[in-house]
Design a protein around this ligand. Structure first.
Ligand SMILES: Nc1ncnc2c1ncn2[C@@H]1O[C@H](COP(=O)(O)OP(=O)(O)O)[C@@H](O)[C@H]1O
Ligand SMILES: [Mg+2]
Length: 267
C-alpha cells in the first residue's frame, strides 16, 4: 500500500468518467469504486453488447487512454499512464516471437529497475511458469506452442510483475472450448492463490458467471454499468467449470445475467 493510500482507499475508482471520440460518446459518466479486500482481490467480469465501451474502460485503468471528463484513480492516485501495478492480457497472444518462453517471462523483470538480482529474476520467472504449468515448455519459442499455451505465456508475463490489478480483454475468445475451460479453471486458481484485483471482459455469460464474483453488465449508447450483480453469483474456486455449470445456483445466476443482458440489448 502506498503512503497516501489507506485501507479505505479504493484500488480502482471512477468519478463521473466520460470518454468521447469526436462527437461520439463511448462511455458516459461512469462512477464506481472497487476495494482491495485484504487477502482477497475482487474478480469482476464485464459483459455487454459489442461496442458499448468495455475495452475503453479497461484501457482507462491501464493508462492507455485518458478520460474526456472525470477522474480515473488507482490506489487513490490519478492514472497518468501505464505502470507495473497494472497488467493487461489481450485476446491476441502478445509474446515476443524471437524469445523463448522463459526469456519472454524474464523480459519485463529485466526492464524493471526494481529487480536487479539475476538469480532472483530467474527464481520468480520459473516460479510463475510452474504456476501456469509451462515448466516443461520453458525453452520453446511461441510458435512451437498451442494457443492455450501461448495465452499461458502472456498470463505468466503479466503475473511475474506482481500487478495489483489484472485487466483481461476477452482473453480466451480465440481458444477452442476444451482449452477455454482449462484456462478458466487455471485463472480462478491463480486469482485465489495470488489475489490480484481482476477485471475481465468476456462476451460469454457462462464464462462471466464462472470467473467472476461480480458481473457487470454494460449498456450502450452511452456506455454505462447498467447492472452490478454480486449476490447471486456462486463461488467457483476449486470447482471445474463443467461441474460448476451443472449446479442449480450456477444455472440460476446464468439465467439472471442473461435476462439482464437481454434487457440492455433491447434498449
Ligand atoms: N480510438 C477510437 N476512435 C474512435 N472510436 C473509438 C475508438 N476506440 C473505440 N471507439 C468506439 O467506441 C466504442 C466503444 O469501443 P470499445 O470500448 O472498444 O467497445 P467494446 O470493447 O465494448 O466492444 C465503439 O463504438 C468504438 O467503435
Ligand atoms: Mg472490446
Amino acid at each position: 500500500m502506498s503512503d497516501t493510500a489507506s485501507a479505505s482507499t479504493p484500488i480502482v475508482e471512477f468519478r463521473n468518467v466520460s470518454v468521447r471520440f469526436g462527437a461520439f460518446t463511448a462511455i458516459h459518466e461512469v462512477t464506481f469504486s472497487i476495494h482491495d479486500i485484504p487477502g482477497h482481490g475482487e474478480f469482476i467480469t464485464i459483459i455487454g453488447p459489442s461496442g458499448c465501451g468495455k475495452s475503453t474502460l479497461l484501457n482507462l485503468i491501464a493508462g492507455f487512454l485518458k478520460p474526456s471528463e472525470g477522474e480515473v484513480l488507482v490506489n487513490g492516485k490519478p492514472v497518468t499512464g501505464p505502470g507495473r501495478d497494472r497488467g493487461m492480457i489481450f485476446q491476441q497472444y502478445s509474446s515476443f516471437p524471437h524469445l523463448t518462453v522463459l526469456q519472454n517471462v524474464l523480459f519485463g523483470l529485466e526492464l524493471d529497475k526494481l529487480e536487479s538480482n539475476r538469480a532472483e529474476r530467474l527464481r520468480k520467472a520459473e516460479n510463475i511458469l510452474e504456476q501456469v504449468e509451462l515448466t516443461a515448455h520453458k525453452n520453446k519459442y511461441p510458435h512451437q506452442l498451442s494457443g492455450g499455451q501461448q495465452q499461458r505465456v502472456a498470463i505468466a508475463r503479466s503475473l511475474v510483475m506482481e500487478p495489483k490489478i489484472l485487466l483481461m480483454d476477452e482473453p480466451f475468445s480465440a481458444l477452442d472450448e476444451p482449452t477455454r475451460l482449462e484456462m478458466q479453471e487455471l485463472i480462478v486458481n491463480l486469482w485465489h492463490r495470488i489475489q490480484p484485483t481482476i477485471l475481465c471482459v468476456t462476451h460469454n455469460v457462462t464464462e462471466a458467471v464462472y470467473l467472476g464474483e461480480r458481473v457487470w453488465i454494460f449498456s450502450h449508447a452511452p456506455g454505462q454499468i447498467a447492472y452490478d450483480i454480486g449476490e447471486t453469483i456462486p463461488a467457483s474456486i476449486g470447482i471445474p467449470p463443467l461441474v460448476a455449470q451443472e449446479r442449480p445456483d450456477f444455472k440460476n445466476a446464468v439465467y439472471v445475467v442473461t435476462e439482464a443482458f437481454r434487457r440492455v440489448s433491447d434498449n
